[in-house]
Design a protein around this ligand. Structure first.
Ligand code: SAM
Length: 279
């Protein structure tokens, strides 16, 4: 059963307001193409009735984390993890900016848990909060340590935390500043990644210092309907669908101009139900 927008913790318009305006007031690495496709992804989770918590490894000043928080429904929580300097916490000004940026959008300490830690010191399964030995995360961004082993470790953390319909947002694929991230993502799919597979590729659409491409990763059970929904809602930015990392039919979203997403309104909902019927 789908989740009603009346359940949105911060009100139904908050996510759209942030995606269209607020995001520009928060420094960080998240480009308009990613905002557009992630907004659709959040709408699709509500439509498919996929609830759960949200999380990010590597929050910096909160640009993406705020978007994840504004997707929350009643009863859900957000989990942030950042080292904020080495030794952990030594860049207190970054932590303070993160907390202050969240507060500007009405996201207070009751809504999220912040762990100031090196993610490499955390065993997969130990963060964030687990319910009955299983993860309850429906959306998690991996954007912390950019070295190969660090990314592989964080993908394992994210995979262990994910619920059945959950999606990992892997950042910086094909970023020329961080070839080690690309190396890690290919190695992840060559390794024991279980039922996780690529769902969609979101190309970069801006200077490298404002972000890079993202890869959405989900479980085999949910990948077909996410792909169908994202292709429908972002059809004007869909470049092609090709095999990627050994998995067939992965849509690539590319932005020649401004991203152009379609809202999940009544007409789109009807088409989506037709094409995902039985999945
Ligand atoms: C590229 S920034 C993240 C950008 C952010 N996602 C945004 O929306 O703007 C990378 C962040 O990862 C954090 N980080 C780097 N290595 C880490 C580690 N080993 N554990 C936890 N956080 C780490 C950094 O402190 C930094 O804030």
């Amino acid at each position: 059963m789908s989740i009603d927008t009346a359940d949105k913790l911060f009100g139904a318009p908050a996510l759209g307001d942030y995606a269209m305006r607020g995001v520009e007031s928060v420094p960080g690495m998240l480009q308009s193409g990613s905002v557009s496709v992630l907004w659709s992804l959040i709408e699709l989770q509500d439509e498919f009735g996929i609830g759960g918590d949200v999380a990010e490894i590597g929050v910096h000043h909160g640009r993406l984390f705020i978007m994840l928080c504004l997707a929350l429904n009643a009863g859900e929580r957000a989990y942030a993890l950042d080292i904020f300097g080495d030794p952990p916490g030594s860049h207190a000004e970054d932590r303070d900016r993160f907390v202050a940026n969240l507060a500007r959008f009405g996201i207070g300490p009751d809504h999220f848990e912040l762990a100031v830690q090196d993610s490499r010191a955390i065993t997969p399964g130990a963060w964030p909060h687990m319910t009955e030995a299983a993860g309850n995360i429906r959306l998690i961004s991996v954007d912390g340590d950019h070295r190969r082993d660090g990314v592989l470790h964080d993908l394992a953390l994210a995979g262990a935390a994910l619920n059945q319909g959950g999606v990992i947002i892997a950042d910086d694929l094909f970023n020329p500043w961080y070839p080690t991230v690309t190396e890690a993502i290919y190695d992840f799919f060559r390794g024991p990644c279980g039922d996780l597979q690529p769902v969609a590729f979101i190309a970069a659409n801006g200077p490298v210092e404002t972000g890079a491409a993202k890869l959405l990763i989900g479980r085999a059970s949910h990948a077909p309907r996410y792909k169908a929904g994202l292709k429908l809602l972002n059809q004007d930015d869909l470049k092609h669908c090709d095999a990627f990392a050994g998995h067939a039919d992965v849509p690539s979203f590319f932005f020649a101009g401004q991203p152009s997403r379609r809202p999940l309104d009544g007409a789109m909902r009807e088409i989506l139900r037709d094409i995902t019927h039985g999945e």
